[in-house]
Design a protein around this ligand. Structure first.
Ligand code: TYD
Length: 211
């Protein structure tokens, strides 16, 4: 989507190690002189962070599935307008921990089949995809073990259990085939340094093939 910069998203099930890897990639790129904006969804702008609290904290049944899709999309729209687009226009590399593929999976799969609702709203309100999406693929049992090991009050989706995590994993891999031109699947079972190295080489390739 970017006019000048490079827009990279990271996806994967809870506990896939994304958050560590996005930070490592950002540090590596900055050390090599790149101007990097590291951000996350839901959130990344003031308004979107406020929506994040609405969707990830409190009673999990607070919102209907459809309302939840609207809230995630509203957060994304604000993030795009205020942070992502301006940064790309300035030629920066934007690394985003989750983007629309997470909504396709979490809201599109977890409470019935709402994928077409997610897609319609995305087409109307967002309309862009990352240049590169790195999917950290991970065994759900291992992912859940890691996710449960963390502290925090944002447990909304991590409580869904192993069956849903398995469906998410399969769903993410199917998305990677559907959008094969921008997806790259990384084996998250390797040790952290190897995963980081695999990611660096994919991103180096993407930077080289930029116009
Ligand atoms: P986060 O604390 O960022 O977890 P992780 O490190 O696993 O990414 O939590 C984000 C949670 O929000 C995660 O459980 C996935 C969920 N989510 C959605 O359900 N829909 C979305 O569109 C996005 C971006 C995230």
């Amino acid at each position: 989507m970017s006019e000048q910069g490079l827009f990279i998203s990271f996806e994967g099930i809870d506990g896939s190690g994304k958050s560590t890897q996005v930070k490592r990639l950002a540090e590596n790129l900055r050390a090599n002189g790149h101007d990097v904006v590291l951000t996350r969804e839901p959130g990344g702008s003031q308004g979107a962070e406020e929506i994040r609290a609405l969707v990830l904290q409190g009673d999990p049944d607070r919102w209907s599935a459809e309302t939840e899709i609207l809230l995630f999309t509203a957060a994304r729209r604000d993030h795009l307008e205020r942070l992502i687009r301006p940064a790309l226009a300035q030629g920066k590399i934007v690394i985003c921990d989750r983007f629309a593929d997470s909504t396709r999976m979490y809201q599109g799969l977890s409470r019935g089949d709402l994928r077409s609702t997610v897609d319609s709203l995305h087409a109307m309100m967002i309309g862009v995809e990352p240049d590169l999406t790195i999917l950290i693929d991970m065994d759900p049992a291992e992912g859940l073990k890691r996710a449960r090991g963390r502290q925090g009050d944002e447990e909304r989706f991590e409580d869904f259990g192993e069956n849903l995590q398995a469906a998410m994993r399969a769903g993410f891999l199917a998305l990677a085939e559907e959008f094969s031109e921008r997806f790259c699947v990384i084996d998250g079972a390797k040790d952290m340094d190897s995963v980081a190295a695999d990611i660096r080489s994919v991103v180096a390739g993407a930077l080289k093939s930029q116009p």
